[in-house]
Design a binder for this molecule. Structure first.
Ligand code: SIN
Ligand code: CO
Length: 388
């Protein structure tokens, strides 16, 4: 896509302007980002999802048994009929993995790396409902799907910001709104990380949150060093060959620190391993149990494709590709695979295509590496046959 094309989704800004002026920096209200947008799922369907074992859901009731009572799903059929008339909200996580029409929403955000997207959370609230003023560590696009919601935004926060004394919810003790808007279906609000916000339903309303994710520095360091250490033999150690005799044996001297830094730098700057770890980490599926492996022979696979079968990405699988040196690497559901440079177009196709079939796979199936790649992804569960 051309980053200099004005986008309705961004209120007429180009992707380049949005990234320069708003992304990770400040909020942006976009009236009719998706004109005529109608919620692809009804409140009843959302409630239905919240009954399912594998779906993460929460109910927040402002005046429940306790103030801001939190109940976690899966819920029983009658859980919703006994709720107060107003001031509650139901939030369902990762609806994109269960409802293809919701997954399609993510197609609008192709100007951002796909591996940065977390999920699409969908909420339903009765009048007055919301989760209270809070901040998130992530960027989010809040798309109004049904009814009206009042959004207020306030101060920038951080982990020192005072919170209400609540066991489960992080509600800000102080919220100083500086701006507010009432959003109608099709309107969208972009919020950068750490910005205090509070959404309150004006009437029965549904909001779609396209949420992004970014690993914390602590996560990056812990996970990458864990990954690295698998490749380090026990005999590789801090070494002080060539050191000067100690003037005071109880002192740790500066040159010891320099040797330690050299040891760390040598491994931390291994770009090949860093890329491999990062790609694996960022494509780890949220629900690994939804990526089931498949037993299929090469012959059976080719026959099925030749008969017109269509392969699609498993909605729970995350895929990305990159270059390491002369090679290419494909990351799929937390695994990586090195591939020869001639497979570049196939990699792009596999990572971005909604449907793979004989027409677009065609010649790749005649290539040993290409055929093997598609077959492996199918066996691993990142690709699956579309339901007819
Ligand atoms: C929502 O209530 O739909 C969104 C909650 C949030 O502000 O993160
Ligand atoms: Co929020």
């Amino acid at each position: 896509m051309n980053p200099d094309t004005p986008l309705q989704l961004l209120g007429g800004l180009t992707a380049r302007e949005f990234m320069r002026d708003y992304w990770q920096k400040k909020p942006l209200l976009i009236r009719q980002a998706l004109p005529g947008f109608e919620t692809p799922i009804s409140p009843d369907e959302l409630a239905g999802l919240a009954l399912e074992e594998e779906v993460e859901s929460r109910l927040v009731i402002e005046h429940g048994v306790t103030p801001w009572e939190l109940r976690r799903g899966p819920f029983e059929e009658d859980a919703f009929s006994t709720l107060p008339e107003r001031d509650w909200t139901l939030l369902v996580q990762a609806v994109d993995q269960f409802v293809p029409e919701v997954a399609e929403l993510m197609e609008n955000f192709k100007f951002l790396p796909k591996w940065r997207i977390d999920d699409v959370m969908v909420s339903f609230a009765t009048a007055g409902g919301g989760v209270g003023p809070h901040f998130d560590n992530y960027d989010v696009f809040l798309l109004q799907g049904y009814g009206k919601r009042r959004w207020q935004v306030g101060q920038m926060c951080n982990s020192e910001s005072a919170l209400l004394d609540h066991a489960d919810l992080k509600i800000l003790a102080e919220f100083a709104p500086t701006e507010e808007w009432v959003l109608e279906p099709g309107d969208m609000l972009y919020l950068p990380p750490l910005l205090a916000h509070c959404g309150t339903a004006e009437d029965d309303c549904m909001t779609y949150s396209v949420g992004f994710r970014a690993p914390s520095a602590a996560e990056v360091l812990t996970h990458f060093t864990d990954f690295l250490s698998q490749f380090l033999p026990d005999e590789e150690r801090y070494s002080d060959a060539g050191a000067q005799p100690s003037s005071d044996p109880t002192q740790i001297q500066r040159d010891s620190l320099d040797r330690l830094k050299a040891l760390l730098n040598e491994h931390m700057s291994d770009e090949r391993l860093l890329m491999t770890w990062f790609g694996q980490f960022m494509t780890e599926p949220r629900y690994p149990e939804r990526i089931g492996s498949l037993e299929i022979s090469e012959e059976e696979f080719l026959d099925t494709i030749e008969q017109g079968a269509v392969l699609v990405r498993n909605p729970s699988a995350r895929m990305a590709w990159s270059e390491v040196g002369e090679d290419l690497v494909l990351f799929a559901s937390g695994q990586s695979r090195l591939l020869p440079a001639n497979l570049r177009e196939l990699l792009k196709l596999v990572c971005s295509a909604d449907a793979l079939h004989i027409d677009n796979l065609g010649a790749w199936l005649a290539d040993d590496d290409g055929r093997c790649l598609v077959l492996e992804l199918l066996k691993q569960g990142s690709l699956e046959f579309a339901d007819e």
